[in-house]
Write a new protein. Structure first.
Length: 309
């Protein structure tokens, strides 16, 4: 429906699909993914808090990541699920801004956290004797606070800038949540500054941590090949990095596809499919990846479950 008023007070999220049969299939699939995400990440947070053996920098950051993933999928998935059940979802302008804010807050925090975790692995493998000194509890806390703050500042910039736009006429959002690009497409005022911020700031918020991750692994790999002579000696440090690398890949491949310029040329449908990857799929896979690859997590999980049963 075209609105005559000057400002759209609410938007309508068109969601993933209009096909009835697919909606039920998607509802069940994403509900299961969401529950997996909540249970898996909830178990990791509980474990990291409850198990003294996991009170190390690596698990402190993993706990932060799991906590973040619970919030991250909660920003978009419940609204998407109601869309599958009841069709197009109305969302108020305030609700839309809140969704946009938290999505970018948690997403950019995750990017920075993954870089922090890469730095942690770098110190653990390349400077094992200084590890306890370098990654002191105080440093870990500071790094975590810095990650969350960076994400928060970045998202605030976007939500403030978006709130300044005026919307008139068309209020249908081609997406399952309020992301910046679909909203900018609906604005009647000039969005060139918003677009520049999206291309410049968001791209650098995505690429700077990515560069740090690549550098950390470059140092780790060259260290292993120069210093470690035996084959199994080389394999051990790699196995502690494998989970982290898998998560980095799952997170960054879609992000780099979605947010590296030129943003203007991408199709809404493709953006939507890519967003699904990191808002619903990756958060559910993270705990599985860490648990499957990791002996310490598995034995701690057995202990925590054993205490409950």
């Amino acid at each position: 429906a075209m609105l005559n008023q000057t400002d759209a007070s609410e938007f309508i999220l068109l969601g993933l699909t209009d096909i009835q049969g697919l909606q039920h299939f998607f509802f069940i699939s994403f509900l299961l993914l969401y529950l997996t995400c909540l249970l898996g990440n909830g178990a990791i947070v509980t474990m990291v808090i409850a198990e003294p053996r996991l009170h190390t920098p690596m698990y402190f950051f993993l706990g932060n990541l799991s906590c973040l993933d619970i919030f991250y999928s909660t920003v978009t998935v419940p609204k998407m699920l109601t869309g599958f059940l009841f069709g197009h979802q109305p969302i108020s302008f305030g609700g839309c801004l809140a969704q946009l804010h938290f999505f970018h807050f948690l997403g950019s925090t995750e990017a920075v956290l993954l870089a922090t975790m890469a730095y942690d692995r770098y110190v653990a493998i390349c400077n094992p004797l200084r590890y306890a000194l370098v990654m002191s509890p105080r440093t870990c806390l500071l790094l975590a606070v810095a990650s969350w703050s960076t994400g928060f500042v970045h998202a605030t910039m976007h939500s403030v800038m978006t709130s300044q736009l005026s919307f008139c006429g068309h209020n249908h959002i081609q997406h399952f949540f309020c992301d910046i690009k679909p909203l900018l497409n609906l604005a009647c005022s000039n969005t060139s500054l918003n677009m520049t911020l999206l291309n410049v700031v968001t791209t650098s918020v995505a690429l700077s941590p990515f560069t740090l991750i690549v550098l950390s692994y470059f140092y780790i790999i060259s260290f292993i090949f120069q210093k470690v002579r035996s084959q199994e000696g080389r394999w051990k440090p790699f196995s502690t990095c494998a989970s982290h690398l898998t998560i980095v890949t799952l997170f960054y491949v879609p992000v780099l596809f979605n947010y590296t310029p030129p943003s203007s040329e991408s199709s809404p449908k493709r953006d939507m499919q890519i967003s699904l990857m990191y808002s619903a799929v990756t958060p559910a896979l993270n705990p599985l990846i860490y648990t499957l690859r990791n002996q310490e997590v598995r034995s701690a999980l057995k202990k925590v479950l054993g205490r409950k049963l």
